[in-house]
Design a protein around this ligand. Structure first.
Ligand code: DAH
Length: 329
């Protein structure tokens, strides 16, 4: 008898551990405590025991049944409470939750537009790493060590020989070292400069580098390509000009300005890119014969162009991740 009581008790512990809701709890209660339940059966057996054994097993049986009843009651209480708790938080009169759908950042949209304009002009897209060697970023581009032109670009050095690229021009070097001319590609990406942060400058920005190397490339073609670009990007009536400039890796070099008239302010010329004919020294540095190959290069500042195109007056807005700004585009 004792073993039977123990078996039922053990079985009950297993069953109640499986209970997850009030319905399954009720099934357990029926199995053990209803009129056809296991305890009724045990009591029937108990009645047929010899009289002298009755007191001993009677109290064991009662205790076990009471503790089964107590476990069921306690669990029922708990399940009912947590059900009410859950109900408390469901307010069917509340409006539904808005699902915010993400959108492309305005800089990415601008980059995409630039890429598609240059693709339509026959350029492919090539990318390089943001961590760059001093050699690719400066030396191969004809900046000798200690050359003052290095000061034009305040550099974040990572080690003595490695840095965060200050422009996308080193990707020109990678492209030319990894292939054979002719080349016609743009190279978009992030660049870094150790500059004081203000409405006009930020320590991180984007450039789109361009390179065209072939047998008979002319300055006129460079101008034609960039004019086609600004017309597509800013509109056909954009006013532009080329100004002579200096870059160590191009000769001759120029900068392109566009005429800008902000609302309620006098108009002025604004620089949007640098360009020039690739310096023969650069071609030699990557093993291309400058007697045989010529080419042009350009580097466009993405933020500056986006500022102008969309009438934004603070470059920091691009990097603040303020949804009120980002969702306007
Ligand atoms: N790398 C230059 C800068 O960051 C921009 C530039 C100028 C790129 C002339 C060029 C170029 O490819 O030909 O200021």
């Amino acid at each position: 008898m004792q073993q039977k009581i123990k078996d039922v008790s053990n079985q009950f512990e297993k069953d109640i551990a499986q209970v997850e809701n009030l319905n399954s709890l009720e099934e357990v209660r029926i199995k053990y405590l209803s009129k056809k339940g296991l305890f009724v059966k045990l009591f029937e057996e108990f009645k047929s025991l010899p009289k002298e054994e009755m007191p001993k097993f009677g109290s064991l049986l009662n205790q076990t049944k009471n503790s089964v009843q107590a476990s069921i009651d306690a669990l029922r209480d708990k399940l009912e409470k947590s059900g009410k708790e859950a109900e408390k938080y469901i307010d069917l009169t509340l409006p539904g939750k808005d699902v915010d759908i993400g959108s492309k950042h305005i800089l990415i949209q601008t980059l995409d537009e630039m890429k598609s304009i240059f693709k339509s002009l026959g350029f492919s897209v090539y990318e390089g790493p943001e961590l760059e060697s001093d050699y690719n970023n400066f030396e191969a581009l004809n900046f000798p060590p200690d050359h003052p032109a290095r000061d034009m670009q305040d550099t974040f050095f990572v080690t003595e020989d490695f840095l965060l690229r200050t422009h996308t021009s080193p990707v020109q070097i990678r492209l030319m070292k990894n292939g054979k001319p002719p080349f016609r590609a743009i190279m978009p990406g992030k660049v870094y400069r150790n500059e004081a942060i203000s409405a006009k400058s930020y320590c991180l920005f984007h450039q789109v580098e361009g390179l065209y190397i072939d047998k008979n490339v002319t300055l006129a073609e460079l101008k034609g390509t960039l004019i086609a670009f600004v017309k597509q990007f800013f509109g056909n009536d954009v006013k532009y000009r080329f100004r002579p400039s200096f870059f160590p890796f191009t000769e001759p070099s120029a900068e392109m300005d566009i005429w800008w008239e902000p609302k309620d302010k006098p108009g002025r010329w604004l620089e949007i890119l640098g360009c020039g004919m690739v310096d023969p020294n650069v071609l030699e540095n990557v093993g291309i014969d400058p007697e045989e190959w010529v080419g042009y290069a350009f580097g466009i500042g993405v933020e500056r162009n986006a500022l102008r195109k969309y009438g934004i007056d603070d470059i920091r807005l691009f990097f603040d991740n303020d949804k009120r700004f980002l969702t306007q585009f």
